[in-house]
Design a binder for this molecule. Sequence first.
Ligand SMILES: [Zn+2]
Ligand SMILES: [Zn+2]
Length: 287
Amino acid sequence: MAGNGWDRNAVPLCAGAVLGGALVLEVFVVLFQLRHEDGDGHEHEKGQPFPFSSLVSLLFLLGNALENARRFITASPSTRGVMLAGAGQGWDYCYSCQTHVPPRCAHCFSCSVCVLRRDHHCTLLGQCLGYQNYRYFLCLLLHGAAALLFGCLLNAKVVMLLQQEETPVRTVLLLVVPWLMLLIGQVSFTTFIYAFVTDVCMVGFLFCTGFLLFHALLTLRGQTTKEWFEGDRQYNLGWWSNLQDVLGERWYLVWLSPFIASPLPGDGITFLTKKPKSEPLTKSRDY
Ligand SMILES: [Zn+2]
Ligand SMILES: [Zn+2]
């Protein structure tokens, strides 16, 4: 099974690693190049002071993103190895796994297994987003978005330095349609590369930020994506409890580092539900 899992995930993981690695390398090169140039684009003989703060910030963001990605993939939210003791209210039956499954659990046909509190299957990382790894997914998006914004700003600065002699319209055109500017011979290949990487980082940043905001909203509302589509808010216990359910007891610290322990209060099998407003405000546990 492990071999099959690797075969299934190999392509997206390798492609992501190569792309991410190339991007990181490029940003590091830019960071070190920039210290040799002043604001006017002229090279200093001795260079500027070593950019320790920028380097440390970038390493912090990248380290956080990579460790969160690793934990997201390895902290499997599947029902494999989980004792599912009998069926009850809200339980369903999975014909693929041939077993009863608890509320909010759903089968993933990409992973070929049922996933606790399943949200969706992340194709890029080849893993399902569920009960055990939600925290790492959110933190990966946060630190990934910040690192991409960092890379975007660094590359944009180089583009500005290279385009100092040009009009602002040409610079904007270069950033919006770099391929076209290269094809019609308006920019050098080096300038095109910096503009292209700026765009890639910007698109990645917008992608990560959009996903982060959407899932942050779902977390605050105590919903999965499927429940959001269906308008199901029975698991909404208030934003404080919702955050604890997903990010653990130390939800306010998990953003700093994936190494900070934050045990989840539940088991991924039973969930507290809230009755509709028209009914008395009593909480019951959904078995
Ligand atoms: Zn199943
Ligand atoms: Zn899956």
